[in-house]
Design a protein around this ligand. Sequence first.
Ligand code: ATP
Ligand code: FE2
Length: 331
Amino acid sequence: MITLGIEGTAHTLGVGIVESDGRVLANRVDMFRPPEGGLHPREVANHHSDVVADVISKALDDAGLSTRDIDVVSFSMGPGLGPCLRIAATAARALSSSLKIPIIGVNHCIAHIEIGRIQTGCEDPALLYASGGNTQVIAYADDRYRIFGETQDIGIGNMLDKLGRDLGMGFYAGPVFEKLAKEGDRFYELPYSVKGMDVAFSGLMTAALALHRKGVRLEDIALSVQETAFAMLTEVTERAMAHIGKDEVLLGGGVAQNMRLREMVAEMAHERGAEMYVPDRRFCMDNGAMIAWLGWEMYNSGVRMGIPDTGVLQRFRTDEVEVTWRRAALR
Ligand code: ATP
Ligand code: FE2
């Protein structure tokens, strides 16, 4: 069985094609890069609507398939930016009705976990999902993926991007922070905000900007920001693992590409006798393969949706979804 999945929650329009054994036959992404400044939902949606047909046909070419070979179509139902979500949903509905194949709307955050499980072979991890818009620690308990900790203000990636812009690093500053931090040699204390299992970054941002105004080198600011923010993430991940007794930790989201974050989480896991898993870069970033894979898992476990059930959910919560596909396996 072949599933085609369409991702469109934020800046990336992705189309992935997977086989029912988890093999990824195609995984095309087209990312909108704003000329300057942040993301404007309408502009991103225009981009998605301009490229979606082309990305679908390129993915089919990569897989050596035609539309007739698709058995199931899935799409990212949320959470995300409304206008972008609607482009992916509309494209999926069009495929479903014209090809007369089932349609499944999936939760984007859960897709990050499921692609991580199939790609890395871990079974029952706590996921540290650190991306642009999302920062959550998620784990499976009682038929749901439950959020054990999350950011109370802004996602870690958006924090780096926004702070980076204010510091003159340009847009998409995450990788710039990583590079500069390697050249840093002095750590400045910044607000460390962990409340229970939640984190918050606004105090850290304000304080980092204040350092900049005092003339502190960008390299040292980057080092201090990374060390502080990643220590917060590592602490809440560890606490969640201890609380629910998981001995696997999975990283997901674009910020999981950061080697310093990986190092800190790996060290924490090692000290607990646990194992850390990180999927390949293509599967950490927003992508269509993860949407296709979760779509298939849901369909295969008996989930069915009619077109009227496929409305987008901008604030779709991870724990709203009943995890039907893991019942027979691990509990
Ligand atoms: P979401 O998944 O929440 O919809 P998104 O689409 O913005 O958000 P991703 O595509 O998963 O997220 O990741 C993009 C984010 O990852 C950006 O904020 C970017 O700055 C950050 N990022 C990418 N590479 C690195 C890196 N090496 N270090 C730190 N951050 C990084
Ligand atoms: Fe994501």
